[in-house]
Design a protein around this ligand. Sequence first.
Ligand code: IMP
Length: 183
Amino acid sequence: MSDIGEEPSVRVLISEAEITSRLQELAREISRDYEDKDLVLVCVLKGSMVFFADLARKITVPLRFDYICVDSYGDNTESGEEIELRTDLSESVAGRHVLVVEDIVDTGRTMGYLFDLLEGRGAASLAVVALLDKPARRKREVEIAYRGFEVPDEFVVGYGLDYRQQYRNLPYIGALESSSPLG
Ligand code: IMP
């Protein structure tokens, strides 16, 4: 697919209303589990930004924000073997409860990489909240403490997720309707 050629259409998989209501449930669980804990929410840029912002505002316990940027896909839809750290956290997580906010766990390589990176930093706990789980393509096991939705083995976009940096601003999650970009 070229940037100027035929654009694929997007079929809605998870509506805006469904996302809002599931986020409310996740935030309720998280608020209960992290009561009286020194919580740091870590946003994995760029894809988790929309999910992070909406989820964080529904969580009712005090928390800090931090950001980490990793690159695994480049501009393609095929999961890269190599994960690169672009921007690290800005604060120490020693003694704090870290909840990594991820848009989608696909092969599991990105979350595996982040766990390896953060585990040695003395956090009181380390857990993941993932909006989407695509278990069909898992290569590395990842424990997802809080899961929004399971999605089928299709390339999904919207609500922060991109295809070649496009579609992030769609308010819903959709599947690209074209010959599968995953090949
Ligand atoms: P993993 O390392 O294969 O688990 O992939 C994690 C990252 O790949 C996510 O944070 C996304 O940025 C990207 N990704 C995986 N699957 C999709 C998809 O279906 N649509 C958009 N991005 C995806």
